[in-house]
Design a protein around this ligand. Structure first.
Ligand code: AMP
Length: 263
C-alpha cells in the first residue's frame, strides 16, 4: 500500500502586495495566532536566519520582509549596488520555515512618493547620524509602514545595528504601537567578524582587516580609533560608548563596517 504523502513543511507564501498581505494577517489574527516579524534588506546570511529562529520561538507565524529601502540611503551611498538576490533569499526563507515572505515594491511602501514624514527620536542623535544624517529618518519611515501593514505582535531587530534597535524601540513607544521589540544577539563568523551583507564587498585582504574590528573593540584600548587605523582601517567614523556598549563605524576602502560590543 502506498504511504500517504505528509509534507514536512508547509509551502511558504510569497506576497508582494500590501492588500493581499493584509488579508492573510487578518485571517491569522482571527485564528488567534501570534505574528512575528523580521524586516530585512535581503542578501540574507546566518545573522538574518538567527533572527528568524528567534521569531519562530516566540510566535506562531513568521513574516520576513525583503525591501531595500531607498529613503535610508544618501544619494552618494550604495543603494544601486546593494547586493540583491531575491531568488536565493526566498529559498533560504522557505528552508528556514518562514510562513510568509513579503517583497513589496517601492509603490507599496511609498504610495505617495518617498516622503519621510516620521522623525527619528533622541536615540538617533550622534553616532550614525553624525555621518549619515538622514539614515534613521529613512529607517523609522520604512519600519513604521511595514509595521502598519504586517501588524506584528513582535518584531526582531539585530543588536548588530544597536543604535537602530534603540531608535525603533523609541519610535514604537512614541507612536504607541502595540508591538514588542526584541533585540537579537550579533551573529559573528569564526573570527568574531559581525556578519553583514556588506561583507560581500570585501577582498580577501580587506577581510583580514575587517576581522580586527571586533577584537579592537573588545580590547578597549585608550585610543581604539588609532588602533583601528594601525590595523589597516582607512577611516574611523566613530568609536563611542553608549548604552553599556562600545560602538564603532569604520571604513576599509569603499566598505563601511559597523559593530559594537558589551563593555
Ligand atoms: P539588514 O538586512 O542589514 O537591514 O538587516 C536586517 C536585520 O538583521 C536588522 O535587524 C539587523 O540588525 C539584523 N542583522 C544584520 N546582521 C546581523 C548580525 N550579524 N547579527 C544579528 N543581526 C543582524
Amino acid at each position: 500500500m502506498n504511504q500517504p504523502y505528509i509534507p514536512t513543511q508547509t509551502p511558504m507564501l510569497h506576497i508582494d502586495k500590501a492588500a493581499q498581505l493584509g488579508d492573510i494577517i487578518t485571517r491569522w489574527k482571527n485564528q488567534g495566532l501570534r505574528v512575528g516579524f523580521v524586516p530585512t534588506m535581503g542578501a540574507l546570511h546566518e545573522g538574518h536566519l538567527s533572527l528568524i529562529e528567534l521569531a519562530k520561538s516566540k510566535s506562531d507565524r513568521v513574516v520576513v520582509s525583503i525591501f531595500v529601502n531607498p529613503t535610508q540611503f544618501a544619494p552618494h551611498e550604495d543603494f544601486d549596488s546593494y547586493p540583491r538576490d531575491t531568488g536565493k533569499d526566498l529559498t533560504k526563507l522557505q528552508q528556514a520555515g518562514v510562513n510568509m515572505a513579503y517583497t513589496p515594491n517601492e509603490s507599496e511602501i511609498y504610495p505617495n512618493g518617498k516622503d519621510t514624514d516620521i522623525r527619528a527620536g533622541h536615540a538617533a542623535e550622534g553616532l550614525e547620524t553624525t555621518f549619515r544624517p538622514h539614515f534613521f529618518d529613512g529607517v523609522v519611515n520604512v519600519v513604521a509602514r511595514l509595521f502598519n501593514q504586517v501588524q506584528p505582535d513582535i518584531a526582531i531587530f539585530g543588536e548588530k545595528d544597536f543604535q537602530q534597535l534603540q531608535v525603533i524601540r523609541e519610535m514604537v513607544k512614541a507612536q504607541a504601537m502595540p508591538i514588542e521589540i526584541i533585540g537579537a544577539p550579533i551573529a559573528r563568523d569564526a573570527h568574531g567578524l559581525a556578519l553583514s551583507s556588506r561583507n560581500a564587498y570585501l577582498s580577501a585582504e580587506e577581510l583580514q582587516t575587517a576581522r580586527r574590528l571586533n577584537k579592537i573593540l573588545r580590547e578597549g584600548a585608550d585610543n581604539p580609533a588609532q588602533a583601528l587605523l594601525d590595523a589597516g582601517f582607512d577611516k574611523v567614523d566613530y568609536v563611542e560608548e553608549r548604552w553599556g556598549r562600545r560602538l564603532s563605524a569604520a571604513w576599509i576602502g569603499k566598505t563601511r563596517l559597523i559593530d559594537n560590543v558589551e563593555i
